[in-house]
Design a protein around this ligand. Sequence first.
Ligand code: MN
Length: 385
Amino acid sequence: MSSYSRNNLMQFINSKPADIEICDVTLRDGEQTPGVVFSREEKIAIAEKLDSVGVDVIEAGFPVVSPAEAAIVKEISHLGLNARICCLARSVARDIDVALACDVDFVSVFIATSDLHLKYKYHKTFEEAESCALDVLDYAKDHGLTVRFAAEDATRTDIDLLKTIFKSAEVHGADYVSIADTVGILNPSTAFYLISEIKKTVKTKVCIHCHNDLGMAVANTLSGAEAGAFQLHTTVNGIGERCGNASLEELLVGLRVQYGIERYDVGQLMELSKLVEQYSGVPIPRIKPIVGANAFSHESGIHVAAVLEEPMTYELFAPEMVGGKREFIIGKHTGSKALKGVVEKMGYNLTHDKMCMLLDRVKKCSEAKKQVTCDRLSEFIKELE
Ligand code: MN
């Protein structure tokens, strides 16, 4: 049996992502989470883990921020990872020089294209910003770099202007064009539409970079992939500015479970997630998909009894698939049948009287708002013996 349930409805969907790669931006956008700074050692550990998961591209940083940041980006470029390494650059020639000195595989040159950003951030017209960005694109190409040409706030930019600038970027040799949903305004339908329109306009590979302000970043990214987006941007645990980015673990498991893309080593996701939780200091909510403490926890008597017979009754995929562990939480909702099942599964064989005493103990403990995990249950049983 597969380690996950197949969605029979998928047979009716025509637009499955054909060709994709993952660009993880934890070390750049993720570090822009308010209050988060990764040390050199932490950045290297995260990069190595992302590489062993099989992430295709690692965005290692924004080297113009500081000499130390540039040194780390350079060091990551020289780690000998399978993943290609990229870094961020503004549409400024100096940023390209700094990127070149970091020996990255490619550079992401960005320019904001929406009226709001043009007016309040750049104080420039669209044409002025465009010409500045294209000059820097030429400069980067002249220096032999692979270039991702990224439109910041692309999703609040007039779609015809966006097509114009991407078409020009293509003519100037951009290797990728990137749509940044900077404030998370997309939904799955508009993401699909926008990527489809850009795909009609350019032959260049399209990237999608989604923020999670409405909780749709992963869904929008998958929808963009269905419409033909090639490079999908993620961060571990979905960290990032404000409400974060599309979460790597949700996206990879979504790609596997929904679309059968199995080439990423999702078995290391739990470990990677814990690493980033520790280094970033951003705690993973209990109910976070894939890696939250509750993702494979069962308490209700009906669920526990069913899961003991066949876990797939209440689990979309096996916890082992992502390096997780199933947990039975014993509490006031646990019936005697489920408790007996759990106790037997743990290898104990209790008399009827002891089972009654145990159930009584469990309910009292639970009503005092104390969680009864399997470890605590073992202690209770030992006290009965
Ligand atoms: Mn971003």
